[in-house]
Ligand binder design. Structure first.
Ligand SMILES: Cc1cc2nc3c(=O)[nH]c(=O)nc-3n(C[C@H](O)[C@H](O)[C@H](O)COP(=O)(O)OP(=O)(O)OC[C@H]3O[C@@H](n4cnc5c(N)ncnc54)[C@H](O)[C@@H]3O)c2cc1C
Length: 354
């Protein structure tokens, strides 16, 4: 098999196939893994976030991560709660399943920097986790012993003949019976190289920044997400990681942050909280790629030997191990095991978008 894309999706699948004794070649255009969206996330796994299939696969991924990482000396995930904040009406409308409602006094006791006149309620998820994304990727790569990772190999062309794909990169030609498209923001253009009809996946810009603050917030402070606005969370004793949560359509590219998005976020945080932002240490932008229904795509195309693992939107890490397991079931056994609901398998099928 050939996997196209060395982000969290392609690497997780490569490791899952390896664990099942399957050889695969992973082709990554850049000279390093996780250079694009997977190297730019907020590193939070939020249970209850997203459509039902995402929630189910997030739950499974979190359980798998919690148990599988026990073999590691340093954990790649740890508990880190998550709070949505807004007016009572906003919280009632937008709370995720499984979150616990917080009235004004509980909310302000827990997050004292929020201005009481701006926020009257919260919705707390105590099962959410933080990850170290690069450590997680290193761990998955170390366990992918049968995965041949080829960096700096951009797929440029493909031909299907006698049941076999010949895939040409800038350096080599590879052959395989099955190709997996895990190309993130490039998933549709990569499909077109194979003569496959695109699914209408749209890359959406999302920026984040490490903001220096005038006072330390505690390390165990929950991540705070303003409904319809920014989020921020502890980064270190001098800084928070924050995102304006914009979702602007983009071409597939090496996206860069725009000053206007970061400045507007800083203004909003300073208006809503008593935090003062004293500096911007670093800012970046990644592309979250979404199907028209917001549900990721995991499954075979109608065209023989072509598999989609794309459209992970803002859920790529939190679903990674579950999607890899589902993809490996479908690729090797041609059906999903009973550990996942048939409804989720159906919701994720690419055919729904044709
Ligand atoms: C600011 C921000 C915050 C986020 N926060 C979270 C979070 O807290 N939790 C969470 O779960 N998710 C989060 N996400 C989403 C998550 O990062 C993505 O869902 C995930 O990284 C997508 O992974 P991927 O492997 O599909 O794509 P990518 O990481 O983009 O990998 C695709 C790879 O394919 C390669 N490629 C493309 N074309 C070719 C070609 N022709 N030949 C060879 N290789 C090719 C690219 O170079 C790229 O490396 C966030 C995203 C952003 C932008």
């Amino acid at each position: 098999m050939i996997i196209i894309g060395g982000g969290i999706a392609g690497i997780s699948l490569g490791r899952e196939l390896s664990k099942r004794g399957q050889q695969a070649t992973l082709l990554e255009a850049e000279d390093e893994l996780a250079y694009h969206t997977s190297g730019r996330s907020a590193q939070q796994l939020v249970l209850g976030y997203g459509p039902p299939a995402v929630r189910e696969l997030t739950d499974l991924t979190v359980s798998m991560l919690e148990s599988q990482q026990r073999v590691l000396d340093t954990p790649v995930v740890w508990p880190s709660s998550f709070m949505m904040v807004g007016t009572d009406a906003e919280v009632d409308t937008h709370a995720y399943p499984g979150q616990i409602h917080q009235g004004a006094s509980a909310l302000h006791a827990m997050v004292p920097e929020l201005r009481p006149q701006r926020f009257t309620a919260g919705s707390l998820d105590t099962r959410s986790l933080r990850i170290r994304a690069i450590a997680m990727i290193d761990w998955l790569v170390a366990e992918a012993e049968h995965l041949d990772i080829r960096l700096g190999e951009r797929v440029l062309d493909a031909v299907f003949e006698n049941g076999t794909w010949s895939v040409t990169t800038n350096r080599n030609t590879y052959t395989a019976q099955t190709v997996i498209n895990a190309a993130g923001a490039w998933a549709d253009p990569v499909a077109e190289l194979f003569g496959i009809e695109p699914l209408g996946l749209t890359p959406l810009r999302r920026s984040a920044a490490i903001l220096e603050v005038d006072r330390a917030i505690p390390m165990d402070r929950c991540m705070v997400m303003k409904i319809g606005g920014y989020y921020y969370r502890y980064e270190d004793e001098y800084a928070v990681l924050a995102s304006p949560q914009e979702a602007k359509p983009s071409i597939p590219e090496d996206a860069k942050p725009r000053d206007v998005d970061i400045s507007a976020m800083i203004e909003e945080i300073q208006a809503d909280t008593t935090l003062r932002i004293t500096g911007i240490r670093n800012a970046w932008t990644g592309l979250r790629t979404e199907a028209s229904d917001g549900v990721p795509v995991v499954g075979f195309d109608k065209r023989q030997g072509y598999f989609w693992l794309a459209g992970q939107s803002g859920y790529g890490f939190q679903t990674a191990l579950g999607f890899a397991k589902l993809a490996a079931d479908l690729l090797i056994d041609a059906k999903a095991g009973d550990w996942v609901s048939q409804q989720a398998v159906t919701d994720l099928k690419p055919s729904r978008l044709r």
